[in-house]
Design a protein around this ligand. Structure first.
Ligand SMILES: [Zn+2]
Length: 309
């Protein structure tokens, strides 16, 4: 079984204001990086649009419908301080969620070893009924709930190494003891949540904040001493990675000092836990990463680890 790569050209049609960091070129950089010879063994599929009732596993239907109805016929509309919609945004958002759903089907159906979903807009800042921080739907959260609802997975975990805290994933699963949410992130930084004491109603939220300037040592410490032990203890049957690459030292939105090897290392560590308790089942979903060359190289390191190279 090989690693499955899911993407869709419609995700390039989510247009943003000039100079906005979460831009279509990010996805082009990721796709270009994955054209390399060593990725010829990847299985590739187009991300389908998520059915609205599946998106509704994490978001109220009236929120979803309001976003659909807000879609502009032309130009851009602002739906949050730094989140906007263009005519192609709603479809892109459904495909970003749908990529995760398809990945769950393929990985849990044992047709793929694991999967990487290269789509945009990202998802981990979207709260139950609130778009935020470039995100409309919590793609990783929807994948987790879908795995539980349609495949009978009892416990799923989301591991989020994006440099920003995934306030949306935390909020959605705050009082859900069947989904663990673990995050390394810079603090202080947008969105301001993610302190260690934020641990959820059932102690299934695991936050490991890092300080501006921290690099590989502190990042690896946070994984080895806080996240991985809790993850292993939780015994998830599926691990979803919120794979943001904006903790890279070249990223313009934050001040951590990781390099691509650190993402490969974290990926391998997560795979080790997945091998022990989840039959190796991992679905990884692209979140942030705003320096195009760092994003491309970090994606290569991450996907290479997923393929076992
Ligand atoms: Zn981010």
């Amino acid at each position: 079984m090989s690693t499955l790569l899911l993407s869709h050209p419609a995700c390039l049609e989510h247009l943003v204001p000039h100079g906005h960091p979460e831009r279509p070129d990010r996805l082009r950089a990721v796709e270009r990086a994955l054209e390399a010879e060593k990725f010829q063994t990847l299985a590739r599929e187009q991300a389908p649009m998520a059915p609205l009732e599946i998106v509704a596993l994490c978001h109220p239907m009236d929120y979803i419908v309001a976003l659909r109805d807000a879609s502009p016929a032309e130009g851009l509309i602002q739906i949050d301080g730094d989140t906007s919609m263009s005519p192609g945004t709603f479809e892109a958002a459904l495909r970003a969620a749908g990529g995760g759903i398809r990945a769950v089907d393929e990985v849990l159906g044992k047709r793929a070893a694991n999967a990487f979903v290269a789509t945009r807009p990202p998802g981990h800042h979207a709260e139950t009924a609130k778009p935020m921080g470039f995100c409309l739907f919590d793609n990783a959260g929807i994948a987790a709930r879908y795995a539980q609802n349609r495949h009978g997975i009892a416990r799923a975990a989301i591991v989020d190494f994006d440099v920003h805290h995934g306030n949306g994933s935390q909020e959605i699963f705050w009082a859900d003891k069947t989904v663990m949410y673990c995050s390394t992130h810079q603090m202080p930084l947008f969105p301001g949540t993610g302190a260690v004491i934020e641990s959820g109603e059932y102690n299934t939220v695991v936050n490991a904040p890092l300080r501006p300037g921290d690099g590989a040592d502190k990042f690896r410490d946070a994984f080895e001493n806080r996240i991985l032990p809790r993850l292993a203890e939780f015994q998830p049957e599926l691990i979803i990675i919120s794979a943001g690459f904006d903790a890279h030292y070249r990223d313009p939105l934050a001040n951590l000092n990781l390099v691509e090897e650190d993402f490969a290392w974290a990926t391998q560590k997560i795979m080790d836990v997945a091998d022990r308790c989840a039959g190796g089942r991992i679905v990884s979903m692209l979140e942030g990463g705003y320096n195009l060359s760092a994003l491309g190289r970090s994606t290569v390191a991450h996907v290479q680890a997923l393929t076992g190279q």
